[in-house]
Design a protein around this ligand. Structure first.
Ligand SMILES: NC(=O)c1ccc[n+]([C@@H]2O[C@H](COP(=O)([O-])OP(=O)(O)OC[C@H]3O[C@@H](n4cnc5c(N)ncnc54)[C@H](OP(=O)(O)O)[C@@H]3O)[C@@H](O)[C@H]2O)c1
Length: 324
């Protein structure tokens, strides 16, 4: 089969398209024929040895996939050849096939196409866990989403809106903000051209923000936090900007506010029953069209390098996928 292989640490150009052996389903495993693989920011980091997970070389990047089961190993119950599944696989997704532990597979509802399924889990589970479980978003809250046109960002815009919040989307370009509005943002801030604090003050009529969703980090964290309302929640999701910000601890004291860590992968591992319930809720929201995941671009397997370049260069809106 064909697969993208990382043979040396480095940027996307170090990746190679190779012919490698087909995977075989071991005990408890299934082989999935991959129809689409979601591209995520950690894929850019993992090939540079800058991510918390550091696989041994050579490896195939690609953390989430959707496809159909082609073979079932011994001891697997609940899945059969032909089933449509999605899975978070950590690595191995940018390939034609993958062997996976069957318990990682989630059946895809009939009406959900493979490209949507492949880009769904990481972004929407993170946003759902962040806003609902960790942030306790409620109808009437005002939610600021930083990096709002990105994968986790746009999912957060949609989930906050579906829960009845007023959503302020903040991003680096007007084109990105148009997409945020199409996905439900009520108000927008272009943080390249506008002063973030002044714009938040205007948009909230001085009241401040109930929730801040931050998958970006860097220089906007402190001004955003200074604009938080009484009892506000600041959701720490990631540092796509590359810089882990620090906040003076008098700020949460003065607002009775909370800095709330969000680590969806660990949540899913430690609290599997709640993860299953969350996935169910997300599929229902999808069926009711309360959320409409944006797949902005599809790349061929041989163009995986370009997909990762685009992600690193902030060219991506919503989700992009690779279709082998
Ligand atoms: N904690 C968790 O459980 C969890 C789960 C999933 C992902 N994450 C993390 O969340 C972050 C976002 O992931 P994602 O998949 O949503 O990524 P994404 O689609 O690339 O979105 C990230 C956004 O960050 C902004 N950004 C600012 N500076 C950037 C830079 N130097 N390089 C790239 N983007 C930059 C961009 O928006 P603008 O151009 O508008 O500024 C971009 O749209 C990542 O750090 C990821 O590791 C955390």
């Amino acid at each position: 089969m064909r697969a993208i292989v990382c043979e040396a640490w480095g940027g996307p150009d170090t990746l190679a398209l190779r012919e490698i052996a087909d995977p075989v389903a071991g005990t408890g495993e299934v082989v999935v024929k991959i129809h689409a693989a979601g591209v995520n920011f950690p894929d850019v980091l993992i090939i540079q040895k800058k991510y918390q997970v550091q696989p041994a070389l050579p490896f195939t990047p690609g953390a989430e996939i959707a496809g159909e089961i082609e073979a079932v190993g011994e001891g697997v119950a609940g899945f059969k050849v032909g089933d449509r599944v999605l899975a978070l696989c950590s690595t191995g997704g940018f390939a034609e096939k993958i062997a996976l532990n069957a318990h990682l597979c989630v059946p895809i509802p009939a009406q959900v196409p493979y490209d949507v399924a492949a880009g769904f889990m990481l972004a929407f589970c993170t946003a759902h866990h962040a806003l609902i479980d960790r942030g306790g978003v409620a109808s009437g809250d005002t939610v600021l989403v930083l990096g709002a046109a990105g994968g986790v960002g746009l999912a957060s815009v949609e989930i906050a809106k579906a829960r009845g919040a007023t959503v302020i989307a903040a991003a680096s370009s007007d084109a990105k903000l148009v997409i945020c509005r199409e996905r439900g943002a009520d108000l927008t801030i272009n943080y390249t051209t506008e002063d973030l604090r002044a714009a938040i003050k205007t948009h909230t009529e001085g009241r401040g923000l109930d929730i801040i969703v931050d998958p970006v980090g860097g220089a906007f964290a402190e001004p955003a936090f200074r604009s938080i309302a009484w009892r506000g929640r600041y959701l720490v999701i990631g540092f796509a900007n590359g810089e882990i910000p620090s906040l003076p601890l008098n700020l949460p004291l003065l607002k009775g506010a909370s800095i709330v860590g969000v680590f969806w992968g660990e949540f899913a591992r430690r609290e599997p029953a709640r993860q299953i319930a969350m996935m169910q809720d997300l599929f229902e929201m999808l069926a009711e069209r309360k959320i409409r995941p944006l797949i902005s671009k599809t790349y061929r397997l041989e163009d995986a390098r370009q997909a990762l370049h685009d992600m690193a260069a902030r060219q991506v809106t919503g989700k992009i996928v690779i279709t082998p």
